[in-house]
Design a protein around this ligand. Structure first.
Ligand code: MN
Length: 342
């Protein structure tokens, strides 16, 4: 496996870790498998070095990630603002995992920005905001932050002591960020890493079921409703859009996480390059937008130009002002503008 850090960077990084005692680890709002997995794995590694470690997420993870080993130790800022404030005040190192800008922490960003702690980013999103950062490990070419964390622990000599629980966390993030190794996962070294994780005795088939096969009946019916009633196609079936209102979500007793992955479903259609989902936020008056593509179609460019967002080539997101009908018109204009790339 190729080394993650150069020798000079490795020494600098090790010094940073050596000099810290109280470490806070944060992931982004709405933590996904990669944010949770990388934070928990990194936490376990640092705890093994004798550090005092706290993992803080701005909002809770979805239910299908709560089984992750160590997940109960995660502090949710939204539920525990006082505890979070004392963690951030006490920390001498804050590790920002799986996000590239403090704004992804929402309200938690102010506590992090105000902290005197040194800050480092370990991430795989494009264009990291390095203001106030002591050390940056940015690897957009890698499938997940969990992959970056694995390589880091490996290079720091922590593989032998890695527990099956930590290996499970890392595998989960690699699996969820690649849709079960169906995109962003052509690097042969990804499978070298999986092979090493398997030597720890992880049950990858069980992990898959625990993450992907845990739907409620309501969620399955909501999926059916979207596919049969809401999905529209454009440009001779090369692009699709579906919208979802709060009222519709309520009708199917929506719970957080239920919409996870829906935007990927239209990509199963032969010849389709782009899938867009637009849904009313359950709290704020905004429309949450997700974009997915196959091949070279640049979701991130479209998200930047039309949806006040950004992201990866094949997976991006953004936000539009209310109401939903206007957002749909914006999506139609975006498809029109990008039709030559479809
Ligand atoms: Mn990620």
């Amino acid at each position: 496996m190729s080394p993650l850090l150069s020798t000079a960077d490795l020494l600098q990084f090790m010094t940073l870790i050596r000099d810290s005692r109280h470490v806070a680890i944060c992931g982004h709002r709405g933590p996904d498998g990669d944010a949770m997995g990388s934070a928990l794995a990194w936490s376990a590694y640092l705890q093994g070095l004798g550090k005092q470690v706290s993992v803080v997420m701005p909002t809770p993870p979805p239910d299908f990630l709560r089984w992750l080993p160590g997940s109960k130790q995660v502090v949710i800022y939204q539920d525990n603002p006082t505890l979070t404030a004392s963690i951030m005040a006490e920390a001498d190192l804050i590790c920002c995992l799986d996000f590239n800008a403090l704004s992804r922490l929402q309200d938690l960003q102010h506590l992090v920005a105000a902290s005197k702690a040194k800050r480092l980013i370990i991430d795989h999103h494009l264009n990291p905001d390095t203001e106030g950062i002591s050390f940056l490990v940015s690897r957009p070419q890698m499938c997940s932050t969990c992959e970056v964390i694995f390589r880091l622990i490996h290079q720091l000599g922590g593989f032998d002591d890695m527990t099956p629980q930590t290996a499970t966390c890392i595998y989960t993030g690699m699996m969820t960020d690649t849709g079960g190794f169906t995109y962003n996962s052509n690097d042969p070294e990804v499978y070298e890493i999986i092979s090493l994780l398997l030597t720890k005795g992880i049950d990858k088939d069980r992990i898959y079921r625990q993450v992907f096969h845990v739907f409620s009946i309501d969620r399955l019916r909501l999926q059916g409703f979207i596919l049969s009633e809401k999905l529209q196609f454009f440009e001779k079936g090369r692009a699709s859009v579906f919208t979802l209102t709060r009222e519709e979500m309520k009708r199917f007793r929506y719970v957080r996480g239920d919409l996870e992955g829906f935007v990927n479903l239209p990509l199963q259609v032969r010849g389709l390059s782009l899938s867009i989902s637009l849904r009313e936020d359950t709290e704020k008056d905004v429309i949450r937008c997700s974009l997915r593509s196959v091949g070279s179609f640049p979701c991130n460019k479209m998200a930047e130009q039309f949806f006040h967002g950004g992201g990866h080539l094949n997976a991006s997101g953004g936000e539009l002002p209310f109401p939903l009908e206007e957002a749909l018109k914006t999506a139609e204009r975006a498809i029109e503008a990008f039709r030559d790339l479809l």
